[in-house]
Design a protein around this ligand. Structure first.
Ligand code: C2O
Ligand code: CU
Ligand code: CU
Length: 567
């Protein structure tokens, strides 16, 4: 391991000199590590977030956040993670295309005092990724205390472009985190009433010096719950060049950018000729669509009071103070970037995942296909090398950022329409809008089949994830011929339904089949043997209470699954 641009002494300087003589706080830049062997120690510490107060925090190689890991595509890296937390943790390399045993999911625990040393080839495209803990049921607790860091992947394709890439100078990682502080200014391990925002670990409103040229900001929403809608003062236009897992085809010019928890974006801001000026990067919470946490939530009727004090408001996140340009500044925004080749949907296996709440108005208790996460239960199997199209639907009153492990995906549609241009690159987090919002993604797992260790998919709102809004699947080796197929193309009509629900398996089978119906708590509420005639059949719902239900039908050696809502 060698230190890249900043030595530890410089880091100490940045952290301890954060309050300058004028009383202005500087946005600290995490120091960077590169090479092929990295050591990370996750540990407790204290941070002076509020003047004169020690807040208990967690960090990697320090008291809060962690070093930026700079990886090169094609290299094999080893990451030694030492756990000095006194509690079980994991480190998940969010967005990286790695095998399940290297992923840092709840299935790769690092016990207190132990070291975990995954080693893998970097197969990812140049982009901004991050790492954070992911222990079973405790992700929120460790992340909100400050455990998170950046990963920057570089590759030849990106290196060939005229883009700013001097770390900490014209290429700056910025993590924005909503937090809840108690009156004692300690971090409260919950996220529904977030009352502050930190930028790179310091309170909002700090200053970042940037040179008067084209600069690149790597934005990460590292919050547990809330969204950001970023914008610059005076509506200054900026250009998004990258999304979660790679560069876009071309820069997308915009004045506002929404990022969900877990999501990243790289933007270029043209500060040419602005030396001596200052501008602000702002949160425009009032512009977030209704139902997006951080904005205005749906009217809950019952006078639900879960909104945080800064929700639905606009405020400054940081001041950008423009300094003299550097020696060889980038002064142009390139017209094009890379040629993305999204996966084709032709012949893809369909799968559906429905987000539901119980009770239907709940803003805290959520399910995926009617089920809660269970470490022991594999939700489905994906075949290596086979393209799948996943339809994500949201039958709840709030937006959920859906995240997939192990691979990036392509967004095919949002609400049935072509996605916004800045969503057309490689993604690993996508927002499913509230109130029957839907998103289609296409994904394919070409590597890393593993018959034991699954990959996760979950809502990246960490309290939802910890409360079970997560599932897991196995990537199995390419077809051996006899394996049972799981199809998720079971569609019901009418839906919602009151008494009898009909389905069509779209095959010509006539046989008696076995049918299981699960309620939103994942409990088996109905078992029936039903007659299927030319692929069609019906289920009598009898006295089933109102709610959404997941159904499994075994027919013709396949398992079909789907969701209906009883009214
Ligand atoms: Cu960033 Cu499974 O999480
Ligand atoms: Cu992840
Ligand atoms: Cu959620």
């Amino acid at each position: 391991m060698k230190f890249n641009f900043f030595r530890p002494i410089t880091l100490a300087f940045l952290l301890f000199s954060a309050a300058t003589s004028s009383g202005q706080t500087t946005v600290p830049i995490p120091y960077a590590l590169d090479g092929t062997t990295f050591d990370l120690t996750v540990q407790h510490g204290t941070s002076e977030i509020f003047p004169g107060i020690k807040t208990n925090t967690i960090g990697y190689n320090g008291s809060q956040l962690g070093p930026t890991l700079i990886l090169k595509k094609g290299e094999t890296v080893t990451l030694n993670v030492h756990n000095q937390l006194g509690d079980t943790t994991t480190v998940h390399w969010h967005g990286l295309h790695v095998a399940p045993h290297n992923d840092g999911s709840p299935h790769n625990p690092i016990l207190p005092g132990e070291t975990w040393s995954p080693s893998f080839e970097v197969k990812d495209h140049a982009a901004t990724y991050w790492y954070h803990p992911h222990p079973h049921g405790k992700t929120l607790n460790q992340v909100v205390k400050g455990a998170a860091g950046f990963i920057i992947v570089r590759d030849d394709e990106e290196a060939a472009l005229q883009l700013p890439r001097t770390y900490g100078v014209d290429d700056v990682p910025l993590v924005f985190q909503w937090k809840t502080f108690g009156t004692d200014k300690q971090i409260v391990e919950m996220d529904e009433l977030d009352n502050e925002v930190l930028v790179n670990g310091v309170l909002r409103g700090a200053t970042l010096n940037l040179p008067a040229q084209v600069v690149r900001l790597r934005l990460l929403n590292g919050s547990s719950h809330r969204y950001f809608d970023f914008g610059l003062s005076n509506n200054l236009i900026f250009n998004q060049i990258g999304s979660d897992g790679g560069l876009l085809d071309a820069p997308v010019s915009m004045s506002k950018l929404i990022l969900s928890p877990g999501e990243r974006a790289e933007i270029l801001v043209d500060l040419t000729g602005k030396e001596g000026q200052s501008l602000t990067l702002k949160q425009f919470g009032s512009l977030l669509p209704q139902g997006y946490p951080g904005g205005m939530m749906m009217n809950m009727g019952g006078g639900n009071n879960m909104m945080g004090p800064l929700d639905d408001t606009d405020f400054d996140l940081m001041t950008i103070s423009v300094t003299a340009p550097t020696a060889n500044p980038v002064t142009n925004i390139p017209a094009t970037l890379i040629a993305n080749a999204p996966l084709s949907q032709t012949g893809a296996t369909p799968r559906s995942l429905a987000m539901t709440a119980q009770p239907m108005m709940s803003m805290t208790n959520f399910y995926l296909n009617g089920l809660k996460f269970d470490m022991e239960n594999i939700n489905f199997t994906v075949e290596q090398g086979k393209t799948e199209v996943w339809t994500l639907t949201n039958q709840t009153m709030m937006a959920h950022p859906f995240h997939l492990h192990g691979n990036s995906f392509w967004v095919v549609s949002v609400g049935g329409s072509t996605p916004a241009t800045n969503l057309l690159g490689r993604k690993d987090v996508i927002t499913v809008p509230p109130m029957n919002g839907s998103v289609k993604i296409v994904v394919r797992y070409d590597d890393f089949s593993d018959s034991d260790i699954p990959y996760m998919y979950h809502c990246h709102i960490l309290s939802h994830e910890d409360n079970g809004m997560m599932g897991q699947f196995i990537v199995k080796a390419a077809a051996s011929g006899t394996v049972e197929k799981v199809e998720n193309n079971l569609h019901f009509y009418p839906n919602p339904v009151s008494e009898t629900v009909f389905f069509n398996l779209n095959n010509s089978l006539t046989e008696s089949a076995f049918c299981n119906v699960y309620n939103a708590l994942g409990q088996l509420v109905l078992q029936q043997t039903i007659l299927i005639s030319k692929g069609c059949g019906n289920i009598e719902l009898g006295k089933l209470p109102i709610g959404s239900y997941a159904v499994q039908i075994q027919s013709g050696g396949k398992t079909y699954t789907g969701i209906f809502v009883k009214q």
